[in-house]
Design a protein. Structure first.
Length: 404
């Protein structure tokens, strides 16, 4: 039966997200800065001054509040806080403390991610995430941040999408360090799982705020077109190996967490040969993947089941499009997915749109526009898109509103 409920539960948290390297500017001391300046990488352009959020955060946080959103998920840049091994920068810690204070002053809950794709150069030089010691170094940095921020953080995310760092960085070679090795990817997955558990336990011994992991999850579908049962079986096996490489260890590592961050953008389809390209006539986003907001329902359900009941927070969901009306349509469909999951008893605690700003989309540079708010990078002026106002009104109503 169709779910006609359009209200969200009381206390459902509405927000938006960014990551340090994608908005701050001049994060010169991490592996991404080095990667984006190399000629032998797929990067379109360097991040440069970015959206200069390092200086403009008071303006951006006020904007979030004015829109009617209640939470801001952003990340702390490890390479700023610990620019060399064991050397912690008080100035950087104080900066992030001010960002957190600015959130509270504006009535916005700060959701802090401790690692979002970027790794300090000195860690990368020691083998990065292939080196098991990195898990301990990361936990020490997290403990330092937790001690400094005290009880000011509303929620912690340990690691953002470790499966993307391991797969794109160590198996496909498109993110730093540009490796193409299955065994490296498997090692990195294990080190990240260890890092999640160690950092979670370290932070939990200091801070009472809920803490969880976030994972990139697409809906994995099997293409059942073939008449040949062996081919169908093969497609299921390919899908399973996708799950195993991208999700299994992380969903297990998250059992017992306070919440689990689902981050979904599209679906992936599998046939006997493996991952399929989108159909030529399908609707694509600027990222080149399929417009498929329905994926969020399957990923929330899977995350909840596989973590054996950890409450869910949608820590990222969004779309890169030029036509802002398509963003409203996409988010509206995704929110229907959330409502269906909630109606079935799954505790989904909030929704963070990716992203607040049009920002640095990693190897793609500044081309893909995910933002609720556009940025003129010559003047650093922000311009609010209609989708931002629509989402703010949804947040105020705590209910899905008709499309703008
Ligand atoms: C990442 C973001 C990224 C977004 C859109 C997620 O994989 O966490 O950093 O910008 O997807 O591609």
């Amino acid at each position: 039966m169709e779910n006609t409920q359009t209200s969200f539960p009381k206390g459902f948290l509405w927000g938006t997200a960014t990551a340090a390297h994608q908005v701050e500017g001049n994060n010169t001391n991490n592996d991404w800065w080095e990667w984006e300046h190399r000629v032998d990488t797929p990067c379109k352009e360097p991040s440069g001054d970015c959206c200069d959020q390092y200086h403009l955060y008071p303006n951006d946080i006020k904007l979030i509040a004015d829109l009617g959103l209640q939470a801001y998920r952003f990340s702390i840049e490890w390479s700023r806080v610990e620019p060399a091994e064991g050397e912690f920068s008080l100035a950087a810690l104080q900066h992030y403390k001010r960002v957190i204070a600015s959130c509270w002053e504006n009535g916005v809950q700060p959701i802090v991610t401790l690692h979002h794709f970027t790794t300090p150069l000195w860690v990368a030089a020691q083998g990065g995430w292939e080196n098991p010691r990195t898990a301990d170094l990361f936990a020490r940095y997290c403990a330092k941040v937790a001690q400094f921020m005290g009880s000011d953080v509303a929620r912690w995310c340990t690691i953002n999408e470790p499966n993307m760092v391991s797969t794109i960085g160590y198996l496909i070679g498109q993110f730093p360090p540009g490796k193409r090795s299955k065994s490296s990817r498997d090692t990195v997955n294990a080190v990240f799982c260890d890092a999640h558990i160690k950092s979670r336990d370290a932070v939990k011994s200091i801070s009472s705020a809920p803490i969880g992991l976030t994972l990139a999850m697409a809906e994995f579908q099997v293409d059942e077109q073939s008449e040949n049962p062996d081919e169908i079986a093969m497609a299921y096996a390919k899908r399973q190996s996708g799950f195993d490489g991208l999700e299994t260890c992380f969903l297990e590592a998250a059992i017992g967490d306070d919440f689990f961050g689902v981050q979904t953008y599209t679906r992936e389809r599998f046939n006997a040969q493996g991952r399929m390209k989108p159909d030529p006539d399908s609707r694509l986003t600027i990222m080149g993947y399929e417009y498929y907001p329905q994926a969020l329902e399957a990923t929330i359900r899977r995350a909840y089941t596989e973590t054996r009941g950890v409450p869910i927070m949608v820590t990222e969901n969004g779309i890169a499009v030029v036509n802002d009306q398509e963003r409203v349509e996409y988010v509206s469909e995704a929110l229907h997915c959330v409502l269906r999951c909630i109606a079935d008893g799954i505790p989904v605690e909030g929704y963070m749109y990716w992203s607040l700003l049009d920002n640095f989309e990693w190897a793609y540079g500044y081309g893909p526009t995910f933002g609720l708010v556009g940025v003129n990078r010559e003047t650093q002026e922000r311009h609010i898109k209609p989708s931002a106002r629509w989402l703010g009104n949804v947040a105020r109503a705590n209910a899905l509103l008709p499309l703008a």
